[in-house]
Design a protein around this ligand. Structure first.
Ligand code: CP
Length: 303
């Protein structure tokens, strides 16, 4: 693994290795024994969109490993005044050992990777959210003991989370039924990749089909960052796609719920379902920290 731009960059063995290293990072942290594997290393944290979890978990995780993480708001860099991304990449690559970037276009992330000369990690784009889905898979494996054959459901927008969940779940050996409204399908290349997995993946428009028999149910907001002008139309188009008590009644006994947060209670998930599953949802948020440390340890310290 040279970069982490999307989950299809990883083989099954590489993905499970990230989860194994993350489990170890979590155990060592709980024992107060964080290894200082990033001592002397600096990581640029370049954000063009808001963030609570991604930014703070990276800053704290890099500190725990003895490194330096520098938060860089894209709005304050010369990129905002037109400096090309490929020039920014070449400059940051001279100072930093790795770059984490949250931006809009996946192509901009790929330009950073092509020109910086250092590992580049996606902090989320409009296409993918790989660190989030690695944390989700870590959480599901912690709770269920294995990912092999686990039946997952996704109810929501066929956007970055759906794209990464489809690739991540199928690569890890799970089964997934994704319910997306008409006009909100996941990316075409992701659906093409999913065809390799035969009946382990189904794309449907009925959220009840995604919920039925699910051992873990994933959802995400209906209005992602940058889509605010579409709010009213999206609320109409996603009517009936709320993860609520009626949907949960269709799932397998003990079904887990995962939400990347922030949540819009009353839209994609009810307050009742979120609070009933807060333990695993906030474990999922915590596991961002451990997964990110694992990815950095693998890319920068040869774990
Ligand atoms: N889930 C997630 O990426 O959270 P932030 O937007 O707060 O980073």
């Amino acid at each position: 693994m040279k970069h982490l731009l999307k989950l299809s960059d990883l083989t099954k063995e590489e993905l499970l290795h990230v989860l194994d290293v993350a489990d170890e990072a979590k155990r060592l942290h709980k024992e107060g024994r964080d290894p200082k594997l990033l001592e002397g290393k600096a990581v640029a944290l370049l954000f063009a969109k808001n963030s609570t979890r991604t930014r703070t978990s990276l800053e704290v995780g890099i500190h725990q490993l003895g490194g330096l993480g520098t938060y860089l708001s894209a709005a304050e860099l010369q990129t905002a005044r037109g400096e090309p991304i490929k020039d920014t990449a070449r400059v940051l690559g001279r100072y930093y050992d790795a770059i984490v970037c949250r931006t809009y276009k996946q192509g901009d992330l790929e330009t950073l990777a092509r020109y910086s000369g250092v590992p580049v990690i996606s902090g989320m784009t409009d296409y993918a959210h790989p660190l989030q889905v690695l944390a989700d898979l870590m959480t599901v494996r912690e709770r269920l003991g294995s990912l092999d054959g686990v039946q997952a459901g996704f109810i929501g927008d066929g956007y970055n989370m759906a794209n990464s969940l489809i690739v991540g779940c199928l690569t890890a050996g799970m089964r997934l039924t994704a319910a997306c409204p008409r006009g909100y399908r996941p990316a075409a290349d992701v659906l093409l990749l999913a065809r390799r997995y035969g009946d382990r993946f189904r794309l449907v428009q009925d959220p009840e089909e995604a919920a039925r028999g699910a051992q873990v149910l994933f959802t995400d907001v209906w209005v992602s960052m940058g889509m605010e002008r579409e709010t009213e139309r999206r609320r109409r188009d996603f009517a009936g796609f709320t993860v609520d008590a009626a949907r949960m009644a269709l799932t397998a006994p003990g079904c887990l719920v995962q939400h990347p947060l922030p949540a819009r209670r009353g839209e994609e998930i009810t307050d009742e379902v979120l609070e009933a599953h807060a333990d695993e949802i906030f474990d999922e948020a915590e596991n961002r920290l451990h997964v990110e440390k694992a990815v950095l340890e693998i890319l920068l310290a040869g774990k």
